[in-house]
Design a protein around this ligand. Sequence first.
Ligand SMILES: [Fe+2]
Ligand SMILES: [Fe+2]
Length: 179
Amino acid sequence: MGKDARHLNREDDPLDFIHEDHLREREICASIDKIAEGSLVPMKVVKEVISFLTVQLPLHLMDEEEDLFPLFKRRCLPEDNIAKIISRLHRDHAHAGEDTPKIVTLLKTLIAGPRALERAAMSMLAAYAGHARRHLILENAIILPFARRRLTKGDLETLYIRMCQRRGISSLKDARYAK
Ligand SMILES: [Fe+2]
Ligand SMILES: [Fe+2]
C-alpha cells in the first residue's frame, strides 16, 4: 500500500487531479481541432495527443467509471437528479472507447509522414474533439462541484488510493510530474 490516505493534504486532492486531467484534455482537444483544420501541427504535438489518448485518457476514464461515479451515485441525494447525467456520461465514455482507437490510428498515419487529411478524416477529428469538449463541460459544471459537496473525507481517501493503485504509484504527485 502506498501513501497513508489519512494524511492527505490539499495538494493530494483526487478531485483536483481529475480537474487537471480535464484541463489537459481540453488542450488536447484544441490540438485535435488544429489538426482537423489542416493546420501544420508539429510532430511533437501529434505524439503528445497520441500519448494522452492511449495512456492518460484510459486511466482517467477508469478513475471515473470505476471509482468516482460509483462513489458519487452512492452519496448524491434523490433531489440532486444526477441519474440522467450519469447515464449520459456513461454513454459518452462508451463512445470514446469506440472512437479513440480510430482517432489514434488516423493520427499515426500523420506520424508516418506529412500528408493532407481527407475531408472525412478532418470531420471525424473535429467531431471527436467537439464531443469530448461537451463531455468535459458537463463533468466540470456538474460532477466535480457536486462531488466536492457530497463525497466524504473517507470517499476522497478511497478515490485517492484507487487512483494511485491504478497507476502503480504511491503519490499522485508522481503522476503529476509525469504528465
Ligand atoms: Fe472526465
Ligand atoms: Fe468522463
